[in-house]
Design a protein around this ligand. Structure first.
Ligand code: NAD
Ligand code: ADE
Length: 422
């Protein structure tokens, strides 16, 4: 397809789905006022004119609002999926019509997933936007020459930041990376309220079970785990938390959750949700203790938290009950139910976080691209937090668009807070 003068390269499931995708994007734009204001603010200036951006993000209506913003600022955008099952095919098609090089469709094989990343890397990007680290790691391992031309990158999620900090520790980072995940206006809201709501949404869409009265086990009491535990409790589930960090375990206990080991929880849980960013959190030894009918779901970035290989190995049969719900039968007749193949249940079985919360996450992503360009040549090859003034700008804009006014310190109060005198 031709986009202006350049050939538009892309691969999506079905370009004819574009009309439906356009409507979804319009709906998201209506609920992402901060990003829309920023789009307008820098629209005439075109600060990304001539800038090539490679992005590896879940291809959702909210990502489309970010990508359209980057395009409105002048960028040429190459977009690969951040998970083989999370792409909304109609949105991908609509983005192609917008002139975005999209390489994403729902149900990609692992080889196709990697191929899509290789295609966006071949664009020789100036900026690389990632969610989970697969794009940055690909560049570092397979295309270091491309990496040496990257001005800077960004990272959307906790797991990605951990991987990129590991590259930094080993002295291998080829360009600076802004840890968008670590912005307060990101993790306090996206990881907690976004994942909290959308994980419950995913579990319900996949199963349509009643949560009231169920025993739900949440593994991990970080920002994501806290959100999920609270939302499940809000729906009437009795929630158990498992942790490895004594401080977080204590916090969960004092927040009113039962805290115990996975070994203990495995026998009593009806629903298990992993949210740790770690591997093999639910293992064969736990599965062997679970009740007939137990449901297993994951909200962490990678599909490594539930040992799906072990589940396959110990099962005598497997069948698909409905979309995103697979039944595994154990030799003694007990049945365990795996949601979304153990991948992020909120993005595979539902639509990911609601637009209102992605508004702040992606406002941070957009502003981080401007920060990278403004500081070209000044940043070291390190993982940086988002500057505090950017975080505050996003919070201020969000409050404004929500119609919330807050108080200002009086000069007398400012003086009082600066002084050691009472
Ligand atoms: P976090 O670091 O705040 O919390 C993780 C918690 O898990 C920590 O408290 C840690 O002690 C605990 N933990 C580690 N190993 C454990 C184990 N074996 N058993 C029990 N607890 C264990 O991280 P976070 O921001 O909450 O993110 C968690 C995961 O969710 C990451 O993979 C992140 O990338 C992902 N994430 C997913 C979404 C989504 O849309 N599904 C959104 C944001 C983040
Ligand atoms: N991560 C979690 N929810 C998301 C969404 N709606 N769009 C893109 N990335 C996400």
């Amino acid at each position: 397809m031709r986009d202006g003068e350049a050939w538009l390269e892309f691969k999506v499931k079905d370009p004819s789905l574009a009309e439906s995708g356009r409507l979804q994007i319009e709906w998201a734009e209506m609920h992402m006022p901060v990003l829309m204001r920023l789009r307008e603010k820098y629209g005439e200036e075109k600060p990304l004119d001539g800038v090539r951006i490679a992005a590896c993000l879940h291809v959702t209506k909210e990502t489309a609002v970010l990508v359209r913003t980057l395009k409105a600022w002048g960028a040429e955008v190459y977009l690969a999926a951040s998970n083989p099952l999370s792409t909304q095919d109609d949105v991908a098609a609509a983005l192609v019509e917008d002139g975005v090089h999209v390489f994403a469709w729902r149900g990609m094989s692992p080889a196709e997933y990697e191929w899509a990343i290789s295609r966006v890397v071949e664009s020789h990007p100036h900026i690389a936007i990632d969610d989970g680290g697969d794009l940055h790691v690909y560049i570092h391992e397979k295309a270091p020459d491309v990496g040496r031309g990257v001005i800077g990158g960004t990272e959307e999620t906790t797991t990605g930041v951990l991987r990129e900090k590991a590259l930094e520790r080993e002295g291998k980072l080829l360009y600076p990376i802004i840890a968008v995940n670590n912005a307060l206006t990101k993790f306090l809201f996206d990881n907690r309220y976004g994942t909290g709501q959308s994980t419950v949404d995913g579990i319900l869409r996949a199963t349509n079970i009643l949560l009231a009265g169920k025993v739900a086990v949440v593994a991990g009491y970080g920002w994501v785990g806290r959100g999920i535990a609270n939302r499940l409790r809000g729906m009437g589930a009795r929630v158990i938390v498992t942790e490895v960090d004594p401080i977080r375990a204590l916090e969960a206990a004092m927040d009113g959750f039962q805290v115990m080991s996975m070994h203990e929880a495995a026998r009593i849980g009806d629903i298990f949700v992993t949210a740790t960013g770690n591997k093999s959190v639910i293992r064969e030894e736990h599965m062997k203790l679970m009740k007939d009918g137990a449901i297993l779901a994951n909200a962490g970035h990678f599909n490594v938290e539930i040992d799906v290989d072990a589940l396959e190995r110990i099962s005598v049969s497997k069948r698909r009950i409905r979309d995103n719900l697979d039944e595994y039968k154990l030799p003694d007749g007990r049945r365990l139910y795996l949601l979304a193949e153990g991948r992020l249940v909120n993005l595979v079985a539902a639509e990911g976080h609601p637009s209102e919360v992605m508004d702040m996450s992606f406002a941070n992503q957009a502003l981080a691209t401007l920060y990278i360009l403004k500081n070209k040549g000044k940043l070291e090859r390190r993982v940086y937090d988002v500057p505090r003034n950017q975080d505050e700008e996003v919070a201020r804009l969000k409050l404004e668009t929500m119609g919330i006014e807050i108080d200002k310190l009086t000069p007398e109060q400012e003086e009082y807070l600066r002084s050691w005198k009472v």
